[in-house]
Design a binder for this molecule. Structure first.
Ligand SMILES: NC(=O)c1ccc[n+]([C@@H]2O[C@H](COP(=O)([O-])OP(=O)(O)OC[C@H]3O[C@@H](n4cnc5c(N)ncnc54)[C@H](O)[C@@H]3O)[C@@H](O)[C@H]2O)c1
Length: 341
């Protein structure tokens, strides 16, 4: 029998997951909950299922066996707790929250229920990244150089507010910070600086290209961040992120390990040194993280990126902004996570 799947929050990224879930014969999409009911109706018209304006209505009326949560970063907590209370496994988009306090609250509920969870850190599943993981497993790592550049400000209305999106470190660069943890181990401390390098205030003639915004009012997040990271292994790392209007998406790594320099460009990878090669991410690779979740729920086993992993990766972003507030002094992620994990 097909797995009954529900969606909570069906805005931008949910469209990708809806499309990929709909491709599977072993999944029945039973409903969608969104506080903007028209979005839930649109999703229902597209892939089937019923529309609701609250997640509890979806959970109680459709009794899904799993749900996909794609709400904004500041709209977490009650939804995951409602799922955990009903023992409904969930996939949740990154970041798991904008604060560690809230993530700790959800973690408690998840642990008590024992449900399968998955955080949407899709880069871990690229075939190229899996190959890099294998190549690095026998080598000492010295340097983890990561970046995340964006061609402007994403359009969702919550994005320019630090208390809603968490800022670029939390909302976007979390992809790279998580991938760094996956490939190179945990981070124990970070120090960071942020800057506002341009005027984001709209002027009468400001260009407003559709895909990304070049203006925002008000705008409470920094547009550029530099961070240094200390890994538990002794390796050092850096993360640079910025949103420079009209440029291009550019997310990746250089990892310097004994005998090898690895380059990650999006999901594609290459390596040089004692060995040489390259590998692509795979066809429709952005679906793998969702499919691993669905397969895990069907098989009754844990998924590869459980909720705890999302909490550990969030701690790096939170530590980064805490360091900024302390003038760039190092902040220990180990200390931030004490009592939570
Ligand atoms: N993995 C990726 O590549 C990727 C890409 C884009 C976004 N994301 C993440 O996905 C999340 C959503 O981003 P988006 O761009 O789709 O945002 P969005 O604003 O386009 O969509 C969010 C939807 O959630 C709904 N919503 C808000 N609060 C709700 C609640 N309490 N209950 C039900 N619905 C609610 C909103 O009405 C909206 O339709 C963010 O955390 C973002 O970081 C991940």
């Amino acid at each position: 029998m097909a797995l009954r799947l529900g969606f909570i929050g069906v805005g931008g990224i949910a469209q990708r997951h809806l499309g990929n879930a709909a491709l599977r014969q072993d999944i029945q999409i039973v409903g969608h909950a969104d506080i903007r009911i028209e979005r839930a109706r649109e999703a229902a018209a597209k892939v089937g299922g019923n529309a609701y304006d609250h997640c509890v209505k979806l959970l109680d009326q459709e009794k899904p066996q799993a749900v996909v949560i794609c709400t904004p970063p500041d709209a977490h907590g009650d939804i995951e707790e409602a799922c955990a209370a009903r023992k409904v496994p969930f996939f949740v988009e990154k970041p798991v929250a904008v604060s560690l306090e809230l993530a700790a609250r959800v973690k408690k509920a998840v642990d008590a229920s024992g449900i399968t969870t998955q955080v949407g850190y899709m880069y871990r599943f690229s075939k190229g990244v899996q190959k890099v993981k294998e190549l690095l497993s026998t080598r000492r790592i010295a340097m983890v150089q990561q970046h995340f550049y964006m061609p402007g400000l994403p359009t969702p209305e919550w994005w320019p507010f630090v208390e809603r999106s968490g800022g670029q470190l939390t909302e976007q660069s979390t992809h790279m910070l998580d991938l760094g943890r996956f490939l190179c181990g945990d981070v124990v401390s970070v120090s960071a600086r942020t800057a506002r390098t341009r005027d984001w205030t709209p002027k009468p003639d400001s260009p407003r290209p559709g895909g990304m915004l070049w203006v925002a009012d008000p705008f409470t997040i920094p547009d550029t961040t530099a961070m240094t990271l200390q890994y538990a292994s002794g390796a050092l790392g850096t993360l640079s992120c910025s949103m420079v209007p009209g440029t291009a998406w550019d997310a990746g790594f250089r990892i310097v390990a004994e005998g090898l320099i690895v380059t990650i460009d999006g999901g594609n990878v290459s390596w040089r040194g004692q060995e040489q090669g390259s590998m692509e991410a795979g066809e429709n690779w952005v679906s793998y993280v969702l499919y691993d979740f669905l397969d895990s729920v069907i098989a009754g086993r844990p998924a590869q990126v459980p909720y705890d992993e999302g909490v550990r990766s969030l701690a790096i972003s939170v530590a980064g902004y805490a360091s900024v507030e302390r003038g760039g002094k190092p902040v220990s992620t180990t200390r931030l996570l004490r009592g939570i994990l």
